[in-house]
Design a protein around this ligand. Structure first.
Ligand SMILES: C[S@@+](CC[C@H](N)C(=O)[O-])C[C@H]1O[C@@H](n2cnc3c(N)ncnc32)[C@H](O)[C@@H]1O
Length: 292
């Protein structure tokens, strides 16, 4: 899936050329001796992409800090408030929220990411309730002051299931609680490119996303991971490709979906950092905040 500012190895044509040969060539050269394996959601998507790739993006920690500042501001969060981080990944933002004194719960479908999130929280001496869960089946007894879906983690499913995610979030909020969706702006999508990224000694090659205009869906493309030690080429299997597509809802559609679920006072912002910017066709992001 798209990341905010992937470092493209455009300044390393030699590496690119070599990797392209390794990945694309069927010829009999030395590189062909590399083992070829396919991995699923937890091992490829979660571990390689969300942990190793995300952690290598230059400036990602500062980016997360700005996003969390913004969330605290627009959600009116104060120390001691409770917040649910839906699809929390490896807990990058949950941890920052907890450091600001929030009572944080976070869940993700990838058990491997939740393990990483738990150990990060322990290392930081923070008490965060991380658990594995499916956002289509949110069933939590606690009622939260706020809930967030960050890094465009909304729209992975068919329309009914996407609506179901909003219903589940609504149920998990206390009266007056707020939901924040940090989404790509469907009128100003990033220019997707094939990206090469170096992860320590390894390399990740991501194909560009493709916009399926008739379906209103941004189709995630596969990634290939060149693991230098042991030498092997790792591709995503079908399981890892699931949930890679994102339905690009417009602001009006989202507002209607939120209204149908019972949310009120929907606000829109054009970026996920401060200062608050109003949403327009050319905005960087489309951030939606609604109140229960
Ligand atoms: C783009 S990542 C965002 C992760 C994190 N929120 C962040 O901003 O770094 C999307 C996340 O959604 C998770 N995910 C996908 N389908 C899910 C589901 N049905 N329920 C919960 N999490 C899911 C993925 O495992 C992944 O961690």
């Amino acid at each position: 899936m798209f990341q905010p500012s992937s470092a493209v190895l455009s300044k390393a044509p030699k590496i690119q050329d070599k990797l392209l040969i390794i990945v694309d060539s069927d010829s009999q050269n030395g590189e062909q001796r590399l083992e070829r394996v396919e991995l699923g959601w937890d091992d490829f998507w979660a571990e390689v992409f969300r942990v190793r790739h995300r952690g290598s993006i230059p400036g990602i920690q500062q980016y997360d800090e700005l996003v969390v500042d913004f969330c605290c501001d627009v959600l009116g969060l104060k120390e001691g408030n409770s917040i649910l981080d839906i699809a929390c990944g490896a807990g990058d933002q949950s941890i920052l929220l907890a450091k600001r004194g929030m009572n944080v719960s976070g869940f993700d479908i990838a058990g491997s990411l939740i393990e990483v999130a738990k150990s990060r929280a322990t290392e930081a001496g923070l008490k965060i309730d991380f658990f594995t869960g499916d956002m289509r089946k949110i069933d939590i007894d606690q009622r939260f002051d706020a809930a967030v879906l960050l890094s465009h983690s909304f729209g992975f499913f068919d329309h009914e299931e996407n609506q179901g995610v909003l219903k589940g979030a609504f149920k998990a909020l206390a009266k007056g609680g707020r939901l924040l969706l940090d989404l790509m702006n469907p009128y100003n999508l990033p220019r997707f490119q094939k990206t090469w990224m170096k992860l320590e000694n390894d390399f990740l090659l991501s194909d560009p996303h493709v916009i399926d205009a008739p379906a209103g869906v941004l189709r995630g493309r596969p990634a290939t991971f060149i693991e230098t030690e042991p030498g092997r080429i790792v591709r995503m299997n079908e399981d890892a490709m699931r949930n890679n597509d994102i339905r690009m809802y417009t602001a009006l559609e989202i507002r209607n979906m939120l209204d149908d679920v019972g949310f009120t006072k929907t606000e829109l912002y054009g970026q996920n950092k401060l200062p608050r910017m109003s949403y327009a066709a050319n905005s960087e992001r489309m951030v939606v905040v609604a109140r229960k």
